[in-house]
Design a protein around this ligand. Structure first.
Ligand SMILES: [Ca+2]
Ligand SMILES: [Ca+2]
Length: 153
């Protein structure tokens, strides 16, 4: 019985990935599903396409708690390189918006000295090299892993 209760606790509290509404291999948080392309190292447009063909989009960080959850997940699983989020200032330099929307983030977590637009960097990723904080990268000159998001069913 104790074992059963412990197992129940583990399943219900410690394994957010096992949740209704998300496909296998996706993680669930706040009614959304997320997928980290561990096997993929892609440019920003390639990463967008990678998510698109999975019925998803590059993650939009609507709330800081959503970001904290995902950042911790990337850190705990020690994702190498880093992960693209769907944030870009391609349309207006210095004005960051979620790709495909006119919406700007309500918070930021830039690494030291970022964003620096070094050599015209317009796409944002969570970078392992700076403790999983944000850096602006060249959209097609750098490769990170796609971090996809979709609404759970
Ligand atoms: Ca820029
Ligand atoms: Ca930069």
């Amino acid at each position: 019985m104790r074992t059963f209760i412990l197992l129940l606790f583990v399943v219900t509290n410690l394994l957010p990935s096992i949740s209704a509404g998300c496909p296998d291999g996706w993680i669930s948080y706040g009614g959304h599903c997320y997928y980290i392309g561990y096997e993929a190292l892609l440019t920003f447009p390639e990463a967008w396409l990678y998510c698109d063909i999975r019925g998803a989009y590059l993650t939009r960080l609507d709330t800081y708690s959503e970001y904290s959850f995902l950042r911790n997940f990337l850190k705990i699983t020690k994702v190498s390189a880093g992960a693209w989020i769907g944030l870009t200032d391609q349309t207006h330099e210095g004005i960051y918006q979620w790709y495909g929307t006119n919406t700007s983030p309500t918070f930021s977590d830039w690494g030291p000295g970022q964003p620096d637009n070094l050599g015209n960097e317009d796409c944002v990723g969570i970078w392992a090299a700076i403790d999983y904080k944000w850096n602006d990268f060249q959209c097609v000159g750098y490769k990170l892993r796609p971090l996809c998001e979709k609404i759970s069913t």
